[in-house]
Design a protein around this ligand. Structure first.
Ligand code: SF4
Ligand code: SF4
Length: 382
């Protein structure tokens, strides 16, 4: 049965998906998507591109449907008909207007140890060029734990998952097999990724496209938990904070990984975790292209995360994804609550404060958005 027929047959029009959706309110959207996917009617771009791809609708639907399952194929249809816009090619590693290429042209990019290693750390494009604190902290922790690691970083190894999410499967097809070969060439038994998108690429998409992998794939929270359990990392320095763990949509709802980061936080002396389950978790506003297509709305969704953390009496938000990190930092410029990446926070429990320049990071990303996207309007001066 095709997706439209399946949805139409099972959907009771109960509206529970829209009760949790941060972006849409009108049940008529479902009919519009049916019509567009069946080729019977056109659709407004807002109906497709306001979606954060957060997956909250699927989690709330009693029939296990939601709206995202219609929006994803509808976006692919749109791209097939109208072609890729610069908002989609900006994350294509081989495109002229790729944002990471532009950041690399602007200045120095950290390089890390490369060569043989039993563990490959994969910081992804975000960790390499934007959220460099994530990569620096993870590398510091791998050194601390005495791991035999190597790093596969930079645009040449872009996983392609974000492009695929934007309706452009080209980069996954071009890079997937090569990336798998690069991990094998280094002799790795384990690959650890920073971002949930890279994690999904290696854990889920690549095996479906290229066959089973002969190395284990873990997201960094899973590997950090393992290092703590094996006694290779024993956080000693007390970090006296009540913390809020912000669940990245594509990790928690997309891949079902949410306990490990919480377990890591609960092992840090002095740290009290306020939200021990992902119940009531919500999107940071970054995903699905919303950050570049609807900048001020995206940052307003991110601000809501501060209100949720505030309500639980937290002084710190911890996250575990480059996109979440970027949006929370940008929306939090005037907030009292601090934001840290999980590895960055754990590193502090070993007295390691990694270098981080939020102002420079925000200036750079807003600059490359303006350079790479026609008509992009910057919201605020970072
Ligand atoms: S929650 Fe599920 S069944 Fe209810 S309207 Fe939404 S998609 Fe249909
Ligand atoms: S994925 Fe998120 S933003 Fe998109 S329709 Fe579902 S709940 Fe709304």
């Amino acid at each position: 049965m095709d997706i439209v027929n399946e949805h139409r047959e099972k959907c009771t029009q109960c509206g529970q998906c829209l009760e949790v959706c941060p972006r849409y309110e009108d049940l008529g959207l479902i009919e519009s998507l049916y019509g567009y996917l069946e080729g019977k009617s056109e659709i407004e771009p807002d109906a497709l591109f306001r979606c954060l791809t957060c997956g909250l609708c699927a989690g709330a639907c009693p029939e296990e449907l939601g709206i995202k399952m219609l929006i994803s194929p509808a976006r692919q249809k749109w791209v097939g008909e109208k072609g890729l816009s610069d908002r989609q090619t900006m994350v294509d590693p081989d495109a002229e207007n790729n944002i990471f290429k532009k950041i690399a042209e602007m200045g120095e990019v950290s390089s890390y140890r490369d060569g043989p290693g039993s563990v490959v750390y994969f910081p992804g494009c975000a960790g390499t060029y934007i959220n460099t604190n994530m990569a620096k902290a993870t590398v510091a922790l791998l050194n601390k734990a005495g791991v035999d690691y190597t790093v596969l970083s930079g645009l040449d190894y872009c996983c392609g998952a974000v492009s695929a999410g934007a309706g452009n499967p080209g980069p996954i097809l071009r890079h997937g097999q090569k990336n798998i070969g690069e991990v094998r060439k280094r002799g790795a038994k384990v690959l650890i990724t920073a971002c949930p998108g890279c994690f999904k690429a290696f854990k889920d998409i690549y095996p479906k496209m290229f066959g089973n992998l002969d190395f284990e794939v873990l997201q960094v929270s899973q590997y950090l938990e393992r290092l703590i359990e094996e006694g290779k990392l024993a956080p000693k320095t007390a970090l006296i904070n009540r913390v809020f763990y912000h669940d990245p949509c594509h990790l928690t709802r997309g891949m079902g990984v949410y306990r490990e980061a919480r377990n890591v936080l609960e092992k840090i002396p002095g740290t009290e975790l306020a939200n021990r389950t992902p119940e009531n978790s919500a999107c940071c506003g970054f995903g699905g292209g919303v950050r570049v297509n609807y900048p001020s709305e995206s940052l307003s969704v991110a601000s809501d995360r501060y209100r949720a953390a505030e309500k639980l009496g937290c002084e710190v938000i911890i996250t575990n994804c480059g996109g979440c990190m970027q949006n929370l930092v940008e929306a939090g410029k005037d907030e009292k609550i601090e934001v840290f990446d999980l590895a960055e926070y754990l590193a502090r429990a070993f007295g390691i404060n990694v270098e981080r320049d939020d102002r420079k990071m925000l200036e750079q990303v807003n600059r490359v958005y303006r350079l790479c996207i026609s008509g992009y309007e910057r919201v605020d001066s970072p």
